[in-house]
Design a protein around this ligand. Sequence first.
Ligand SMILES: C[S@@+](CC[C@H](N)C(=O)[O-])C[C@H]1O[C@@H](n2cnc3c(N)ncnc32)[C@H](O)[C@@H]1O
Ligand code: SF4
Length: 398
Amino acid sequence: MPAADTMTSLQPQATGQGAPAFGVYVHWPFCLSKCPYCDFNSHVRHAAIDEARFVRAFAAEIAATAGRAPGRTVSTIFFGGGTPSLMAPSTVEAILAAIARHWTIAADVEVTLEANPTSVEATRFRGYRAAGVNRVSLGVQALDDSALAALGRLHSVRESLDAVAIARGIFPRYSFDLIYARPGQTLRAWRAELERAIAEAAEHLSLYQLTIEPDTPFARLHAAGKLGIPDGDSARALYDATQEVCSGRGVPAYEVSNHARPGAECRHNLVYWRSHEYAGIGPGAHGRLDIAGERHATATEKRPEFWLMRVERHGHGLIVDDVLTLGERADELLLMGLRLTEGIDAGRYQALAGRPLDPTRIATLRRHGLIDTDVAGRLRVTPAGFPVLDAVVADLAA
Ligand SMILES: C[S@@+](CC[C@H](N)C(=O)[O-])C[C@H]1O[C@@H](n2cnc3c(N)ncnc32)[C@H](O)[C@@H]1O
Ligand code: SF4
């Protein structure tokens, strides 16, 4: 049992990281079609989805989770997918009502919904706003019609920008996602695309480098030599241009792939990266809950219909509920926290790990210009360190 003062320091620190937050993630696992690069837990169903049945199951799982983690004040809610913008607004409203029945909702709660930017989905935006959604994250992916077709997307640039304009008029906050380092993408074209995106995005952009995920159609094409993606040096040049253009235009990175004007960061994702607490609701959702002084890592059944049946039988879809050791928590703090430009509190790491970070390794990484530390005890990855973040984290965690 840790001493009382250590217990205090195990809690998320307010300094530089905001007050401890509690997030709720809700997963909607369906899409109209499967994009060939995507390995998210998303499924295509040709029969209509019984949303009322899902609402009952979401409400049951919310009740069960609140039973294990009662008394929280919810500061962020995130509907992710899959394609949550395929849900009826009344479904979103019912899920939000279930959350509010079991937990207190902060007055300034952030409620984000991921939306695909097709015209069909944009027609529902007003309904989501009325239900309580105050931020949308649109999967624009590219501002180039041939690139959208190559990514297997169902929308055009025109349709995406129309959806962005509709979102701008309805929601107080919005963001959109782009994928770069796409097949055949040139530095010049990406710079121009990015400039246009920043002009449209206003306050927040998620910019993901294309990853070839195992067992996807893109992985098979790549293995067969039929999908040429930028090599290491070209991808690095695209990454560097991304940082330069975004910083110059007032939307610097606050996380490896996320850019915002100061104060416009996605508060929900900050919950993950700052190792705060969150409930995972719905098929394949992950959570981190503090129960009786221990941190639980949870995950639910991934397959939507099996998740439904489990919830209907047991009241929840949990299939993983592991208590993390302090060492695992310390590793997670490094892995997640160093993704943020604000870095981590080295004292919080020490309280969890029971030892400080290795001073020799820190000195070496500092000498190479990959990390820096400040007098307040924060450890940050430098702009030169971010492109090799995985190696930096592996070195520090070893
Ligand atoms: C849950 S997904 C998609 C949300 C929404 N269904 C959509 O497609 O717009 C969130 C984001 O991850 C990104 N993403 C998914 N697969 C990726 C991959 N293989 N490489 C890079 N980014 C990826 C996309 O930008 C996507 O918008
Ligand atoms: S990228 Fe989005 S729309 Fe495409 S399959 Fe993945 S979750 Fe569905």
